[in-house]
Design a protein. Structure first.
Length: 476
């Protein structure tokens, strides 16, 4: 199965669902080149934040520094890129912000706001970080000041020089809290029925206090939230109305001042169940408002926990006071994938059709049964649990095909299940068939799953591929 390698942040403040969270998983910035693509068909790209809000300075003239990662990638991996230079022009930030340059960057003579940064080979990696800049608001920067960082890049390649399209980052100065969560690493081969710590930490990198916060958690179906707190409400998963998993919305009354970091680990621990296989744990924080809380609940029937209130543990402290919107919501949402050491036995199903006669219309109930013990879900790539090749009996005509099936010619179809299937559940594709001739009586059809589809590889988790294909017949 193609597992996600990165989770993109989300700009929207709307309450998230598992389905929306899955849509945040993006492919690597550069798609692999086809094997025969000529090396000279290549383009160099710059990837940098589209915009960045810098906290203004406090009464003492101090302001926290923000990091800006400038990355590079190219389209064609057949072309060897040995290295080059990134040029950063921060001249518009004069009087607004101070830039700290990394060791691989050399300031332009006479200017501390322009630099050229050297970078190495791009071979063997989808992208590289060409420079990480530190940016801090000047003490006397005007309120609501804004300016642009400009980037240009050039690289040496096996067929010549690559010049990247220019890119920019819009910088704005503002006051407010800047809540952020750490990104947890992906877990693989987690044991079934085990507690898995999620060491989530909340930090305020802004210059104002968030008096209250909303913590929203999502644990996919194969995971249980290990604790049920009184200041959290829970929406448990069920097969019909909420099949992806459990969501919790917690209101934390402990203020988070600038520079403070809180450990949220007790509330975020999960336990793998017998259904666990490819799982997701999503976590999101927002400054509290009544509107934001209602958005998080989204009118769904949450139930309040019966335990003690969850109180995050303070790690570091710095004191200030105020309450405004979050400056940079891009790091307020994170997601983590967990792969459990488990299996799921998918079985192709297609009952024989009996008692048919020429001219009749019958139903071929082709399907895929998940015998478990695990559920199967592609919450990252969004791929179907199973892609099914169907060959219908000769002498029949399809009068109505299932919506999830496509005609590929003659009597053949390709059907795709949804992106998740609970353990013991069946997906059925009902084909309406008209019996056109006596040849159909006694004729057979076949159904088979594609066990090595690169989007979700059934052979990676299914221990019994013998039952992934089946023959069915029509008889009088």
């Amino acid at each position: 199965m193609r597992q996600p390698t990165a989770v993109s942040p989300r700009r929207s403040r709307a309450a998230f669902t598992a389905l929306a969270a899955a849509a945040l998983i993006t492919a690597a910035a550069s798609a692999p080149a086809v094997a025969d693509e000529p090396a000279e068909n290549d383009t160099l790209w710059i990837s940098a934040p589209y915009d960045l809000v810098l906290p203004g300075a406090d009464a003492d003239g101090n302001a926290p520094s923000q990091s800006v990662d400038v990355q590079l990638y190219h389209d064609n991996t057949n072309n060897s890129v040995s290295g080059g230079t990134l040029t950063v022009d921060a001249g518009e930030l004069a009087g607004i912000a101070h830039v700290t340059w990394p060791a691989n960057c050399t300031e332009e003579a006479g200017s501390s706001l322009k630099a050229t940064c050297s970078f190495g080979t791009l071979d063997g990696s989808p992208w590289i970080t060409a420079a990480t800049l530190g940016i801090r608001t000047e003490a006397d920067a005007p309120a609501d000041a804004s300016a642009y960082l400009h980037y240009a890049a050039s690289a040496d390649s096996s067929f010549g020089t690559l010049d990247a399209y220019p890119a920019d980052t819009h910088i704005t100065v503002a006051n407010g809290p800047d809540l952020g969560l750490n990104q947890l690493p992906f877990n693989t081969e987690v044991d079934i029925d085990s507690d898995v710590a999620q060491p989530v930490r909340l930090t305020n990198s802004g210059n104002r206090t968030a008096d209250r916060t909303i913590l929203t958690l999502f644990a996919s179906h194969g995971l249980d939230l290990a604790h049920r707190y009184g200041n959290c409400t829970y929406l448990d998963g069920d097969r019909v109305s909420n099949p992806m998993g459990t969501t919790a919305v917690c209101v934390l009354d402990r203020a988070v001042a600038p520079g403070q970091t809180y450990d949220l680990s007790p509330a975020t621990a999960v336990r793998t169940t017998g259904a666990a296989l490819y799982e997701r744990f999503d976590y999101q924080v927002a400054t509290y408002t009544d509107e934001a809380y209602e958005q998080a609940l989204a009118g769904r029937p949450f139930v309040r926990g019966s335990g003690d209130d969850f109180v995050p543990a303070q790690v570091t402290a710095a004191l200030r006071s105020a309450d405004t919107d979050d400056l940079n919501p891009e790091d307020n949402y994170r997601a983590r994938t967990l792969t459990a050491a488990n299996t799921a036995d998918l079985r192709a199903t297609a009952p024989n059709i009996t008692g048919a006669a020429v001219g009749d219309t019958v139903t071929a109930r082709i399907g895929v049964l998940n015998r478990g013990p695990a559920w199967v879900a592609s919450l990252g790539a969004g791929a179907s649990v199973a892609t099914v090749d169907v060959t219908l009996p000769a002498g029949t005509t399809v009068t109505k095909k299932p919506a999830m099936c496509e005609h590929t010619g003659g009597v053949t179809y390709v059907c795709r299940t949804p992106i998740l299937q609970w353990e013991k559940d069946r997906t059925v594709f009902p084909f309406k068939l008209r019996i056109d001739s006596a040849d159909a009586l006694g004729a057979s059809g076949t159904v088979a799953t594609r066990n090595n589809d690169p989007e979700l590889t059934i052979s990676a988790f299914d221990p019994n591929l013998r039952n992934n294909s089946r023959t069915f017949a029509i008889s009088g």
